[in-house]
Design a binder for this molecule. Structure first.
Ligand code: ZN
Length: 186
């Protein structure tokens, strides 16, 4: 990995070999009820990752068990942004894992085509894909908790003591899990 890339990854969230850290895995499982295996089997890589990148230049692409994050994402040096984007992509990873990759991407594409017919606009169609709505909803919950509670303060505090799974799981249960029952897209 290039030094430049290496220095920009928040080490409390993603390890240098592209894995979600124990504490962040705890947060995703305890807070959003993502399957733990879907987090463990994800590898995070820097790069375009997929042909669709050239056309849509998304922040990241979840492709089966990999998440490719882009240059524009890598330039973010704000923890809040990394956390909400990680939640978004791990939501896709959870759904890919639960549904099976091939079936997930067929469904995704089918929904995109349907929405494109309705909205006649690529970006609007993308935003209305049901899988995207689920991911944006979870991302929104993460963002709102970071902006409206002392979550980030508590998060830094636990990181100064331990980076274990259990502490991430507990803070997730405390701040995020109570909001899940109100999710519009389960
Ligand atoms: Zn998405």
């Amino acid at each position: 990995m290039e030094k430049e890339v290496e220095s920009r990854i928040p080490k409390s969230l993603i390890t240098l070999d592209g894995k979600i850290t124990d504490v962040m895995r705890g947060l995703l499982v305890g807070g959003f009820a993502y399957s733990e295996a879907s987090v463990i089997y994800t590898t995070w890589l820097h790069g375009p990752g997929h042909l669709v990148y050239d056309r849509y230049t998304p922040n990241a692409i979840t492709w089966f068990n990999r998440v490719y994050y882009s240059d524009q994402w890598l330039r973010e040096d704000n923890l809040k942004t990394w956390m909400r984007y990680i939640v978004h992509e791990q939501r896709h990873r959870h759904d890919v894992h639960e549904k099976g990759g091939t079936s997930f991407y067929f469904s995704y594409l089918r929904d995109y085509v349907r929405q494109k017919r309705i909205f006649k606009d690529e970006h609007k169609a993308y935003l209305n894909i049901s899988w995207e709505q689920k991911a944006y909803e979870d991302e929104g919950i993460m963002l709102s908790v970071m902006e409206n509670t002392d979550f980030l303060f508590q998060w830094e505090k636990i990181l100064s003591k331990t980076e274990g799974f259990t502490s991430g799981f507990e803070i997730g249960k405390q701040f995020l899990a109570p909001l899940l029952s109100a999710r519009k897209f389960a």
